[in-house]
Design a protein around this ligand. Structure first.
Ligand SMILES: [Zn+2]
Length: 301
């Protein structure tokens, strides 16, 4: 039995996958705040895993963490939205659950899943940008998820796009995710409307035709295209895959992103501008990819 657990800034999702990679069972829990004890976070993970397990023997669990996971997959070094700081998470959860445990960054896991069975399965080289509370990134080069020397590749959300710009939870300023994320969307609407709406509420209003909500997505989408232009200049991928909760609004986000990409990309008239497509596996991609990594790792030994 292979289970993947996605640990995001606000919620925990556990998924059991079949041998073919399809979703068999799911369970949800909520994530405590980043100032709460680590034990509360790991209790929430354990509840979700136990709910999916339902008393059956557990072979391996993949944990997809929204944070910086060092390259050996033992430790979460830092997670802007979670209480883990230099924590030996893999070994502790393996002992607690009595199972083989694999730990990786959530966007790397999502990229594994989109590469194996999702939007990137025919692309070879593609970038995954997950827009949720912040931005998660996955870099797939020649059919492999690129993790980087320190396991921290793909943190696109913390590329500085505005010198001395808005403060970021990571401690730096002007990071891309301050202009293109669920938090950024809420801020733009708060400034425009003077009211506090969360991301799903803004999405519902935009889809219903509300002009300020649509303009907020146009702003986020334009910033999306500008950041993607920088990434395309660096990596020249065949495809750009956009996922995460904010992307569920669809073309209201992706269309302004395509326009900004075409405007901002170097030599765009003399190259193939990569298509921007929605992710195929939705909010389950991270958990599915983590379960796939757990299965691969346990079958290797
Ligand atoms: Zn940052």
């Amino acid at each position: 039995m292979y289970v993947g657990v996605d640990v995001g800034g606000t919620k925990v999702l556990a998924i059991e996958i079949s041998e073919a990679g399809t979703v068999v069972r799911t369970a949800h829990d909520s994530t405590p705040g980043r100032g709460d004890p680590v034990s509360e976070l790991e209790d929430a993970l354990t509840r979700a895993v136990e709910a999916v397990r339902d008393g059956r023997p557990l072979t391996a669990v993949g944990v997809a963490a929204a944070g910086f996971v060092e390259s050996s997959g033992e430790t979460v070094r830092f997670a802007p939205h979670l209480p883990w700081r230099e924590e030996p998470v893999r070994e502790r959860l393996a002992a607690r659950w009595g199972a083989h445990v694999v730990l990786d960054n959530d966007a790397h896991c999502a990229a594994e899943a989109e590469l194996a069975i999702g939007a990137g399965r025919d692309a070879g080289s593609f970038l995954l940008v997950n827009i949720g509370t912040g931005i998660g990134g996955g870099l797939v080069l020649d059919g492999r998820v690129w993790r980087g020397a320190d396991g921290m590749a793909g943190e696109f959300g913390h590329m500085q796009v505005v010198p001395d710009g808005l403060d970021c939870e990571c401690g730096l300023r002007g990071c891309w995710e301050q202009y293109c994320s669920g938090r950024a969307l809420e801020r733009v609407v708060r400034v425009g409307l003077g009211s506090h709406l969360d991301g799903p509420q803004v999405t519902a209003r935009a889809l219903a035709g509300d002009e300020i909500a649509r303009q907020a997505f146009a702003s986020i989408g334009t910033w999306l295209g500008v950041g993607l232009a920088n990434l395309v200049a660096a990596f020249d991928p065949a495809l750009l895959v956009v996922g995460g909760g904010v992307s569920t609004v669809g073309e209201l986000l992706l269309d302004p992103a395509r326009q900004a990409l075409a405007r901002s990309l170097v030599a765009s008239a003399h190259r193939t501008v990569p298509p921007i497509v929605p992710a195929a596996l939705g909010s389950e991609a991270g958990a599915i990819g983590a379960a796939m990594l757990a299965r691969r790792s346990s079958s290797v030994g």
